[in-house]
Unconditional design. Structure first.
Length: 279
C-alpha cells in the first residue's frame, strides 16, 4: 500500500494502472475510519482492480469552525486499518495541496442540496461538491463508494456528477451499526459514556416508527419520532423529515412517493448525530 500526499504523484501512479487496463475504485473519506468506512473499502476492493482511499478533512464543508477543529484526525491509525483491508493507495493531501488557491465555484443542485442539511448547514454541500469533484478529477475512478448514513449527500453527489458530466458510477452502501443500533460515525468517539448509552434511542425510535406507517399519517409519525427522542433530556432533535428518497422533497402523504425515507439529525449533548430509515 502506498501513502501519497501529492496530486502529481498519485496521478502518475494511477496513469500507469490505467495503461494496464486496471479498473479504479475510490472511497473518499475524512479519516477517523471505523467499520462503516471499511465496509466501503471492502466492497471497493472486491469490485475493482485498484482501490484508492482519500483521507482529507475538507475545510470548505464545515460551516462551524469548532466542528472543524474538533474533528478527529488519526491518519496513522487509519493506514493500519486500510492496509489489511486491501487498499492500494491512500491519498492524504494537505489543505494547500487540494486548495492552492480558494475554490470559488458555487453549485446549484436545486432541492436536493437546499433542504434538511442544506438548510441547516449553509455552504456545507457546496463544500462537499467542491472537494469530491476535485478528488474525482485527480483519481478519475470508474466507481466511487459512499455510505447511506449521509443519505442526502449521496443525492447531492449524484446531481453533481450529472451536472459536471463526470464519468463515474456512484455506489451507495448500507449503514453499519453498533450492536445496540447506533449508526457508526467518526463523531461517536466524542460522546461521553452517558451520551453513548443514550444515543441508540435515535435508531430504536426510527425503527419503531416504521410499525406505524402507513396507518398513521406522515405528520403523526414525524411527531412521534421527535417527541420520543426529545423526551430524553440529553437529546435534542434538530430536524426529522420524511422525504422522497430521490428528490429529497418533503412528503405530506405516504402516497406522494414510492420511496419514503426519514432523515434525522439529533444533538446528543454537543455532538451532532445523523441517521435515516426507509419506510
Amino acid at each position: 500500500m502506498k501513502i501519497v500526499n501529492s496530486i502529481k504523484e498519485l496521478k502518475s501512479y494511477l496513469a500507469e494502472e490505467k495503461r494496464n487496463n486496471k479498473q479504479i475504485g475510490f472511497v473518499p473519506t475524512m479519516g477517523a475510519l471505523h467499520d462503516g468506512h471499511l465496509s466501503l473499502v471492502e466492497r471497493c476492493v472486491k469490485e475493482n482492480d485498484v482501490c484508492v482511499v482519500s483521507v482529507f478533512v475538507n475545510p470548505t464543508q464545515f460551516n462551524d469552525k469548532h466542528d472543524l477543529e474538533t474533528y478527529p484526525r488519526t491518519l496513522d491509525k487509519d493506514c493500519t486499518l486500510l492496509e489489511p483491508a486491501g487498499c492500494d493507495y491512500v491519498f492524504a493531501p494537505s489543505a494547500e495541496e487540494m486548495y492552492p488557491e480558494p475554490d470559488t465555484r458555487t453549485f446549484d443542485f436545486g432541492t436536493v442540496s437546499a433542504v434538511m442539511e442544506g438548510a441547516r448547514r449553509p455552504g456545507h454541500f457546496n463544500g462537499v461538491a467542491q472537494i469530491v469533484s476535485k478528488l474525482f478529477y485527480v483519481v478519475e475512478p470508474d466507481n466511487a463508494y459512499f455510505g447511506e448514513k449521509d443519505f442526502q449527500q449521496i443525492a447531492v453527489i449524484r446531481a453533481m456528477v450529472k451536472q459536471l458530466d463526470i464519468p463515474v458510477k456512484i455506489n451507495d452502501c448500507p449503514i453499519l451499526r453498533e450492536a445496540d443500533g447506533l449508526a457508526l460515525s467518526s463523531r461517536n468517539v466524542r460522546l461521553t459514556p452517558e451520551q453513548r448509552q443514550k444515543a441508540p434511542l435515535i435508531a430504536r425510535t426510527l425503527k419503531e416508527s416504521t410499525n406505524f406507517a402507513p396507518e398513521k399519517s406522515v405528520q403523526e409519525v414525524i411527531d412521534y419520532v421527535i417527541n420520543t427522542i426529545n423526551a430524553d433530556p440529553v437529546m435534542r432533535v434538530e430536524y426529522y423529515e420524511i422525504v422522497d428518497g430521490n428528490t429529497m422533497e418533503s412528503i405530506k402523504n405516504w402516497s406522494d412517493t414510492t420511496y419514503p425515507v426519514g432523515c434525522i439529525t439529533v444533538y446528543c449533548g454537543e455532538v451532532r448525530l445523523i441517521d435515516n430509515i426507509k419506510y
